[in-house]
Design a protein around this ligand. Structure first.
Ligand SMILES: O=C[C@H](O)[C@H](O)COP(=O)(O)O
Ligand SMILES: C=C(OP(=O)(O)O)C(=O)O
Length: 447
């Protein structure tokens, strides 16, 4: 049974859904949906509940959320190397934040499902040729040809299989010994010599070693450090896909979107009377909503009414993405009014999406300093209001790409062409991601 049959009558299909693909063949789409409905879940509803509890700790100020990964995952990047590099970067950031920030870190990837992208424009023009815009590998091809850009519902099945393969490897890495905290040095081996952030990380890893030896001597079982809790999240954008992966949990009778542990609704699809919010309201997964600079306090309060009527800490995460120049003006009123309403949401900072610009070379990029400044502004606002800066949400990769400028191992505008590999937005590379983790850990400690 899927979300619609269970909910009956009034469903997301009755409401306007922004950013949906223009599938040319509706019958082919129906066949794909029917097939997806027969596939097994990618995650277990109990895992979603566990993440909701962890996020409850974030909302209460007892833990910090690290959410990160690709802007857009690609089918041809489902390889052991890419997945390991991304996971390694997140594990290293997690170790830095936990140790230097002295806070438990909830680790959530933008991974195993981040295949669909909302776009500003429906078409793209190059050298006088106009084609439909690329909407993620779940919808059409990145290649700039007429054939590639036609939305093909068969791609939704490839999304499912790519997500399953990714999740399988992530689970193997995180429970099979690779993520063992005693491997803190091993995660850094290919990196330490060349980069300042790698060297800084190595010093921290030595301190972690000493702390672990101490705990060992005190009788703490080293097996405690063998596995790591890691969750998968993505934007719930293409509702035909998300809905066909929505199932009734046999334990509770509740609906869960079993395509990932956590899903979020993006800035372009969070209309209060739209299909995405209606869909999210019906599932029990932890939900994120992106809040950009045009969000009013009334919008935020209505989102809480719709998505978290029980005021359950961990159910709703607001991921703010104001831009470095606006965060100090726009965020305070939202946090103040939401707090005054008694709701306990988790507040997370996405310092990427409000800080994008086009370099003279035509590359879409972000300045590391702007990213950092938005996080600083986010911390300042929470400090002044006595609320909890709950975490960060970042677009990153474990590969040494040149997509964002700045960082300790500085990337210059003229370097952007060297390894500009993203299919959509610019990501922090491994060194920039680690730099950010160290700086955020300092901010958290000072808080
Ligand atoms: O990742 C976010 C959006 O999909 C992206 O910023 C939209 O980019 P566009 O403005 O190039 O369409
Ligand atoms: C599209 C995204 O962000 P936003 O909705 O905040 O623009 C994203 O995080 O991929």
């Amino acid at each position: 049974m899927n979300a619609e049959t269970h909910a009956g009558g009034h469903t997301w299909r009755d409401l306007p859904a922004a950013q949906q693909p223009d599938w040319p063949d509706q019958e082919a789409l129906r066949d794909v949906i029917a097939e997806l409905e027969s596939y097994p879940p990618l995650v277990f509803a109990g895992e979603c509940d566990q993440l909701r509890e962890r996020l409850g700790a974030v909302a209460r100020g007892e833990a910090f959320l690290l959410q990160g990964g690709d802007c857009a995952e690609a089918f041809d990047a489902v390889s052991a190397e890419h997945i390991r590099n991304k996971l390694k970067t997140l594990l290293q950031m997690g170790a830095v934040l936990t140790y230097a920030g002295s806070v438990p870190v909830v680790k959530v990837g933008r991974i195993a499902g981040q295949y669909s992208k909302p776009r500003s424009k429906p078409t793209e023009t190059r050298d006088g040729v106009t084609l439909p815009t690329y909407r993620g590998d779940s919808v059409n091809g990145f290649e700039f040809t007429e054939a590639a850009r036609i939305p093909d519902p068969e791609r939704l099945k490839r999304m499912y299989h790519a997500s399953a393969a990714t999740l399988n490897l992530v689970r193997a890495f995180t429970t099979g010994g690779y993520a063992d905290l005693r491997q803190v040095h091993a995660w850094n081996q290919d990196f330490v010599k060349s980069s300042p952030s790698g060297q800084r990380y190595e010093a921290l890893a030595r301190e972690i070693d000493r702390a672990m030896n101490f705990m060992n001597a005190c009788g703490v079982d080293p097996e405690e450090f063998r596995t790591v809790e890691f969750y998968a999240s993505h934007e719930a954008l293409v509702l035909d896909y998300e809905s066909s992966l929505t199932r009734v949990d046999s334990r509770t009778g509740n609906l869960y979107d079993v395509s990932g542990h956590m899903v979020w609704i993006g800035e372009r699809t969070r209309q209060l009377d739209g299909a995405h919010i209606e869909f999210a309201a019906r599932i029990r997964n932890p939900i994120g909503v992106k809040l950009g600079p045009t969000t009013t306090a009334e919008d935020a309060l209505t989102l809480i009414e719709r998505l978290d009527p029980e005021r359950e800490p961990g159910r709703l995460t607001f991921i703010t993405r104001m831009g470095a120049d606006k965060v100090r003006d726009k965020l305070p009123e939202l946090v103040e009014k939401v707090t005054a309403s008694g709701a306990q949401v988790a507040w997370i900072c996405d310092p990427m999406h409000g800080n994008t610009f086009e370099a003279a070379s035509g590359h879409k990029t972000r300045r590391f300093d702007d990213v950092l400044d938005e996080v600083k502004g986010f911390f300042e606002v929470h400090k002044s209001l006595g609320t909890h800066p709950g975490g960060i949400h970042v677009e990153l990769t474990g590969d040494d790409v040149t997509e964002c400028v700045g960082g300790g191992d500085e990337i210059f505008v003229d370097d952007l062409h060297q390894r500009y590999e993203t299919a959509c937005d610019p990501r922090l590379n491994r060194s920039q991601s680690l730099d950010l983790a160290f700086l955020v850990a300092e901010m958290y400690r000072d808080q």
